[in-house]
Ligand binder design. Structure first.
Ligand code: NAP
Length: 302
């Protein structure tokens, strides 16, 4: 029986693995794909203290090595179910069943879709949800980014260094992204912002060829030839696995406060997956630390 199982290896999970290692708990972090979570899709992280400018994947690798150095253990497999048997938590993976006294949920969130026809069909054929992963395919091409948050603006800046022309399509007349990034964007010559507009149609058979953009105020339609469309319209929490286990809010986030406690004793939720006002690498990392302190308290009392 493990003391702690951490499900998900984004920044929250990696920091929990580090703190668990340093606390000499018998802990295991289980990750489905690769460490770092959504952070690895960020090209420049400029707001994680101690690093003026670092790529998300480099920061993920440093966090991973840091956790390993202090005894954090990780395995790469898919968690299929989590069950409760009295005070014992069973974590069922594709290859093994683990038992733990404490489970820490850190499965993060995944990119939200636009919901337009052909989006699915053209996925990987011009439509992408990760500019840092797929941007390189669009050297000297025409691309568009949809969204107005930090991700969209950072993606547009990243793509402006690769593509010939970048459109940023925002459904409002302002951007939500931080002001420093906005300033950089406004000064970038090959970026054109299309305000108050949404993407309403995608065209192309084997690959994206054209998009239709509709102005929300005037209903005016513009058709643009397009090689790549990068969707950056936020994310949805990855709570499918635990939707019948712990209480979720109306948007699907696990209800948990700053102490990371969920509706089930001994199950904690950390990072982007829980209800919180600021979802950043820094706040996810903070949750990772807090959850291990709370887990230790739980273990002493049980
Ligand atoms: P976000 O902040 O939720 O922004 C999503 C954007 O997409 C909003 O502008 C939203 O418009 C728009 N949108 C939503 N649905 C849309 C649709 N169907 N069509 C068109 N536009 C749509 O998401 P995010 O940018 O991914 O950021 C998520 C969190 O990660 C934030 O807390 C952000 O600060 C953080 N983050 C930080 C960094 C960094 O610090 N380096 C980098 C990336 C992300 P409305 O405003 O109208 O809803």
């Amino acid at each position: 029986m493990k003391d702690v199982i951490i499900v998900g290896g984004g920044p929250a999970g990696l920091v929990a693995a580090l703190y668990a290692g340093r606390a000499q708990l018998d802990a295991l972090m289980i990750e489905k794909q690769f460490q770092g979570g959504q952070m690895v899709t960020t090209n420049e992280v400029e707001n994680y203290p101690g690093f003026v400018d670092i790529t998300g994947s480099d920061l993920a690798n440093i966090m991973y090595e840091h956790a390993r150095k202090f005894g954090g253990t990780m395995e790469y497999k898919e968690v299929l179910d989590i069950q409760i048997d009295g005070e014992i938590k069973k974590v069922i993976t594709d290859t093994e069943i683990y038992e733990a006294k404490v489970v820490i949920l850190s499965m993060g969130a995944k990119p939200r879709k636009l919901g337009v026809e052909k989006e699915e069909e053209l996925g990987g054929r011009g439509v992408s949800y990760c500019a840092t992963c797929d941007g390189g395919f669009f050297r000297n091409k025409i691309v568009a980014v949809v969204g107005g948050g930090d991700t969209a603006v950072e993606d547009a800046l990243h793509l402006s260094r690769i593509a010939e022309k970048v459109y940023l399509i925002s459904r409002r007349d302002t951007l939500k992204a931080n002001k420093v990034a906005q300033e950089k964007l406004f000064k970038t010559n090959n970026v054109e912002i299309i305000w108050d507009s949404i993407v309403t149609k995608l065209y192309g058979d084997n690959k994206l060829e054209q998009i239709q953009v509709t102005n929300n105020n005037t209903n005016k339609i513009v058709e643009l030839e397009m090689n790549g469309l990068f969707v950056a319209v936020g994310s949805n929490p990855s709570t499918e696995l635990v939707k019948d286990l712990v209480d979720l809010d109306k948007n699907g986030y696990i209800i948990a406060g700053e102490d990371c406690k969920t509706s089930i004793d001994g199950i904690f939720a950390i990072g982007d997956i829980r209800t919180k006002s600021v979802r950043q690498v820094l706040t996810a990392a903070s949750d990772g630390a807090v959850s291990i302190y709370e887990a230790e308290k739980y273990l002493i009392n049980h």
